[in-house]
Design a protein around this ligand. Structure first.
Ligand SMILES: [Zn+2]
Length: 396
């Protein structure tokens, strides 16, 4: 998952911004201030071009946010949990905790974003016409026209039929309704997304090579991102099928080696780090409650002089930020939590007691065993799987 700095919340949904947004804002403002605006509205001061360019870039981020909010709010109304919205270099993502319960909801959630972009394009276009008719500043007319165009492009591009684009979700909803098989629909939409991504890479590369147009690099990047995201969804769907019906308790490593929270880093090096070849250790308090998860790499942050004064509790990731699960939970429901955790580990806690840990190796083994056993007789048709709603900025 793309991380970012939390900048606020809209309707209770946290909004995060990745640092790469600053790069996108600069690229957009630069393109507008030095090329498009001087061309369309000549005679203004450079500062005015830059101000208008920045205004336009900010308005685009507002548009992207509105697009993602549409996905998030429609999903929430349908009872799906929304984690957050992230804006980044290639657009926006609405992170959803749950998969849609049925094809109709999937289609509604997917369609809402492009619909909002179309409405915004119409509003910006009408604004441009109104400004022009009333003799408004040429700069503002150009900015409004640009916004109309880019929102329309956003809607059209995101409606292309390949996952993870909105059009791919619509395709998935259609396949799902036709076949009644959620996982097969995901794989179908993912394959279309893979083709779409490769096509975009080819078009971008041709633009760079044949026309010397560096803007093609943007399409290469976008296409590559789409291809890998689509591949990720296909893999995810197959994993979900292999792991259908498997409970956390069946794959976890039971009774992991723990570290007492009061132990010093020096004590940890003298004992646990020597005896056990694990990369992480759950940190457990005197009364048996789990305080957090210590990665061996965490200890590198402690200078040698402070090792006998620093307790492992102070440097471990606090339990509130470590993904946890119950042993009777379905493994596929836990996968999303595992994927976003920096340590890629899930602590299994039953009634406040640590009973196991799920590490990437446990998942790999479970997937292999699932493959050997063959797909479960009942397909994972009712397994909710999270699916982020991505939108990508089609322009440069
Ligand atoms: Zn979207």
């Amino acid at each position: 998952m793309i991380d970012g700095v939390r900048v606020g919340a809209v309707a209770g949904i946290p909004v995060r911004v990745h640092w790469s947004v600053a790069l996108l804002a600069w690229l957009l403002s630069w393109g507008l201030a030095t090329v498009l605006l001087p061309e369309q509205a000549p005679g203004a001061a450079p500062a005015a071009y830059w101000a208008a360019g920045l205004l336009a870039a900010l308005a685009l981020f507002g548009s992207l946010l509105a697009h993602e909010l549409a996905h998030a709010l429609v999903a929430r109304r349908a009872g799906m949990r929304v984690e957050q919205i992230t804006l980044w270099l290639l657009g926006g993502v609405a992170h959803l905790h749950d998969d849609a319960p049925d094809p109709r909801t999937e289609a509604r959630v997917a369609g809402s974003g492009p619909l909002v972009s179309i409405v915004l394009a119409a509003v910006a276009g009408a604004g441009a016409l109104a400004l022009q008719a009333t003799g408004g500043a040429a700069l503002l007319v150009t900015v409004a026209t640009w916004l109309a165009g880019i929102n329309a492009a956003l809607a059209v591009f995101n409606l292309l039929p390949g996952a993870p684009l909105d059009g791919g979700r619509l395709l998935r909803a259609w396949l799902w309704r036709r076949t009644g098989d959620r996982e097969r629909a995901t794989v179908g939409a993912g394959r279309a997304g893979r083709v779409l991504g490769l096509g975009l890479v080819a078009v971008g590369a041709a633009e760079v090579v044949a026309q010397g147009d560096l803007g093609g690099l943007w399409r290469v990047l976008l296409g590559w991102f789409l291809h890998s995201a689509a591949q990720g969804e296909i893999t995810g769907a197959r994993t979900a099928r292999r792991l259908a019906g498997v409970r956390v308790g069946e794959v976890m490593t039971p009774d992991p080696v723990t570290v007492p929270s009061w132990l010093t880093v020096a004590g940890f090096f003298g004992d646990h780090a020597q005896r056990h070849r694990h990369a992480t250790f759950p940190v457990v308090a005197f009364d048996g409650t789990v305080d957090g998860l210590l990665a061996v790499t965490d200890t590198l942050r402690v200078p040698a002089a402070l090792r006998d004064r620093t307790r492992v509790r102070a440097i471990a990731t606090p339990i509130a930020r470590v993904p946890t699960a119950r042993s009777d939970e379905l493994l596929v429901d836990v996968l999303a939590r595992q994927r976003v955790a920096p340590s890629r580990r899930v602590l299994v806690i039953d009634d406040g007691r640590l009973v196991g840990i799920v590490a990437p190796g446990d998942l790999a083994r479970a997937a292999v065993l699932g493959e050997v056993r063959g797909a479960a007789p009942a397909p994972a048709a009712d397994r909710p799987r999270p699916a982020d709603r991505e939108s990508v900025a089609a322009g440069r």
